[in-house]
Design a protein around this ligand. Structure first.
Ligand SMILES: *Cc1c(COP(=O)(O)O)cnc(C)c1O
Length: 395
């Protein structure tokens, strides 16, 4: 099928819940993608932080293929090796104690909220169930994770939302203290707010937040669905903040392009989920687990150092353009936010796509770049040349 035919079929039959760009993707290699007609795109999106190894990675393809030949799915009522091995690697490399596997970020965060409430219920009974999250956060699209998301625009249409969330202003310790009370069981944060605008939390703020949580036996829940799995240059971003959370959620990049998410539990929360209290049919699927094992094998220290290095390269390059429309370059590693003024991020991205560069937006004023972590210098240069040309032409 050509692009026109694919778009027509999709428009007629698919629920219209996405504002899609006018692009059909057929295949990829490295960090470059092609349409059915052969139009080339440099990929600065990796499917929103998912395809961390890029496209056509041999080790990833082999791991999936070999696992598919052996066993495609088995229920969580049985044991399997890829799953057990993945959990062990995650615990060993994060200092956390147990893992729960889910299939997506929103689902992982639902589990994290359930864990916090059960921890508190087991210890303190029923009325200590409120979770404080941050303004401008994003935690998912289920009814509960929408309620957890600290942006009014998401609290619409689907009433009634789940009760028991309050919102504190990010990087404002007084605002956090104002929201903390006897009814609070947990604080849930993204260390760098992704969808909200690539907004990093200050280290001193996070440190103080963590100590307030600890003193009051309030759980610290860190949503690393976007920042996790090498994206910011460490396996998980919490390492760079010098904290040890009680629960961490992950998803997006973990299986390098297959659906997988999950939770890491620390000492306090490792035994909160007991048989029958939480489950999901597909969680820890052997093919996704085999893919994730490959992702983690590839992400050694040298690989993670290259993520930092490439991220700095992009930041320095963008700053060196000295463009008045670029007010700030934000983020860590290959989670890059370019704050702009006087131009509309969505329009910049649409023009980039025309010229062969896929990029994202975040918040109101930010162009967001989440390239595959394996992206080459040539591909970075090619992509940035397009972005520079576009910003030059419309600023
Ligand atoms: C993408 C994202 C989610 C939602 O993940 P899904 O896999 O789409 O359910 C939750 N939290 C953060 C921080 C995210 O970036």
């Amino acid at each position: 099928m050509n692009s026109q035919e694919i778009k027509a079929l999709d428009s007629k039959n698919v629920a219209q819940s996405y504002g899609r760009f006018d692009v059909v993707i057929d295949h990829g290699e490295g960090s470059t993608l092609w349409s059915p007609e052969g139009k080339e795109y440099i990929d600065f999106t990796s499917g929103i932080g998912v395809s961390c190894l890029g496209y056509g990675n041999e080790r990833w393809i082999n791991a999936i293929t070999e696992q598919a030949k052996k066993l495609g799915h088995i229920s969580n009522l049985f044991y399997s090796e890829p799953y057990a091995r993945l959990a062990a690697t995650l615990c060993e490399r994060t200092g956390m104690e147990r893992v729960f596997f889910a299939n997506a970020g929103g689902e992982a965060n639902e589990g994290m909220i359930k864990c916090a409430r059960k921890y508190s219920f087991d210890k303190y009974g029923k009325d200590r169930s409120t979770i404080v999250t941050l303004v401008q956060s994003f935690h998912g699209r289920t009814i509960t994770t929408l309620a957890a998301t600290g942006q009014e625009v998401f609290h619409n249409y689907f009433f009634p939302f789940t009760q028991g969330f309050r919102y504190a202003i990010a990087n404002d310790i007084q605002s956090l203290k104002d929201q903390i009370g006897d009814d609070v069981c947990a604080v849930m944060i993204e260390l760098i707010q992704g969808e909200g605008g690539v907004l990093p939390l200050d280290k001193a703020y996070v440190y103080e937040l963590a100590s307030i949580c600890k003193e009051n036996d309030i759980l610290l829940l860190v949503d690393e669905v976007q920042t996790g799995v090498g994206r910011t240059g460490s396996l998980f971003c919490f390492r760079q903040y010098g904290i040890q959370p009680d629960v961490v959620s992950f998803a997006k990049g973990i299986a390098g392009g297959l659906p997988m998410g999950g939770l890491l539990f620390g000492a306090k929360t490792a035994d909160v989920f007991t048989p029958g209290t939480h489950a999901t049919t597909f969680g820890g699927n052997p093919i996704a687990a085999a893919a994730a094992n490959t992702v983690l094998d590839i992400m050694d220290d040298e690989f993670l150092a290259s993520v930092i290095e490439k991220g700095n390269y992009i930041r320095n390059k963008v700053m060196s353009w000295n463009m008045p429309c670029v007010t700030k370059v934000k983020g860590l590693g290959l989670m890059v936010g370019i704050a702009v003024e006087g131009v509309v991020p969505k329009e910049v991205v649409a023009k980039c796509i025309d010229k062969g560069l896929l990029a994202l937006t975040a918040g109101k004023d930010t162009i967001r770049l989440l390239p595959p972590l394996t992206i080459s210098k040539e591909e970075i240069d090619k992509g940035l040349a397009i972005l520079e040309e576009v910003l030059d032409s419309i600023a």
